[in-house]
Design a protein around this ligand. Structure first.
Ligand code: PLP
Length: 345
């Protein structure tokens, strides 16, 4: 399938001359800087690297990909929003996702006046490709969001079903791999060469433990990336965040150790939850959280809040469903104790 990326982009973006910042025009590190109306005093007085080159260099090593295929956003939420702005004409184009899933696809669609088609996942939380196939023919459908492992269901989507879409769709496919480091499945980054219309989103907010920084990453071919660079705010990642993220990314061993601990703890938590009377079902999870069906989600949620334990009530999207992030062993035990007290187990 031959896809012309340029034609997928909104006309006004195709021809957009981006803002050229002072640090784009001169990127050298030393010199007398009188070009950006900065204050010459202080320690954070200089604008950050608009291209986040050092951070991309490190990510390129970790992901085994060329640095010019990496985009860094102010959280992956920025990448999601940029995709709507780059590819979808407001009040005309459409996007599609599979529900229940991460809520920002819908919020971003609404902000950008784009209709989001939500196809329900099957009972096992997998895609029904037969139901989806006709939608791929819609010429106004520009973007498909696939979240795998999916939030809030916790499961990986079948690779074959994702490939089914990639093999047939002429628009842009965004695979959100926010939780990929918590499972052993290989990232779709490996398939970027095969599919020029593929964007893989990841984040430092989850397995890297840096949610406070707001650093999201996206991997795509360089042509596609040039449009993201055009549309992003010039200095979208602060100097402090670039530096803190870079230091964290150097500590790969710590990161791996934390993942192992979280995954071990997830199984302990699963086991303890399954033995409580108020728990009906603990779903399989390829992420760092558990989707749990309880007797009465609303009641349980509020009772836990009274005890200052906060979980996510997802009962609006999954009947009596709550989502529980895996915490430290102490935090998880506090949850179990609280659940026992609430239900007199
Ligand atoms: C699937 C998914 N994608 C993206 C995000 C947001 O990531 P970030 O913190 O990088 O904006 C989340 C956060 O919960 C998520 O669950």
């Amino acid at each position: 399938m031959k896809i012309d990326i340029h034609k997928l982009v909104r006309k006004n973006i195709q021809n957009l001359a981006p803002y050229s910042s002072a640090r784009d025009e001169y990127s050298g590190k030393s010199g007398v800087f009188l070009d950006a109306n900065e204050n010459p005093y202080g320690s954070n007085n200089r604008y950050p690297d608009p291209q986040q080159s050092a951070l991309k260099k490190r990510l390129a090593e970790l992901k085994n990909i060329s640095a010019d295929s990496i985009f860094i956003g102010n959280g992956s939420d920025e990448v999601i929003d940029l995709a709507f702005r780059i590819f979808c004409e407001p009040n005309q184009d459409k996007a599609l996702t599979f529900s229940p899933t991460y809520g920002m696809y819908e919020v971003s669609a609404k902000i950008n006046a784009v209709e989001l088609i939500k196809l329900p996942l099957e009972e096992d939380f997998q895609i029904n490709t037969g139901v989806m196939k006709p939608y791929l023919e819609d010429k106004f459908l520009k973007l498909i969001f696939i979240c795998s492992p999916n939030n809030p269901t916790g499961n990986l989507l079948r690779t074959g079903d994702i490939e089914f879409i990639l093999d047939r769709f002429n628009g842009v496919v965004m695979i959100d791999e926010a939780y990929i480091d918590f499972c052993s499945q290989a990232s779709f980054i490996e398939r970027l060469n095969k599919y020029p219309n593929l964007i893989v989103i990841q984040t430092l907010s989850k397995a890297w433990g840096l949610a406070g920084l707001r650093v999201g990453t996206a991997y795509m071919n360089t042509k596609m990336l040039s449009y993201f660079d055009r549309v992003k705010a010039p200095y979208n990642i602060s100097a402090l965040n670039q530096e803190t993220a870079l230091q964290a990314l150097k500590k790969e061993a710590d990161h791996k150790k934390q993942i192992t601990e979280i995954l071990n703890e997830k199984e302990i938590l699963r086991h303890k939850l399954m033995h409580l009377k108020c728990i009906r079902k603990v779903y399989p999870s390829d992420a760092n959280f558990l989707l749990v069906e309880v007797e009465d989600a609303d009641r349980l949620y509020h009772k836990l809040i009274e005890k200052k334990i906060i979980i996510r009530n997802r009962s609006l999207v999954i009947k009596n469903g709550v989502r529980i992030s895996v915490g430290t062993p102490q935090e998880n035990q506090q949850l179990i104790n609280a659940l026992k007290e609430i239900t007199n187990d």
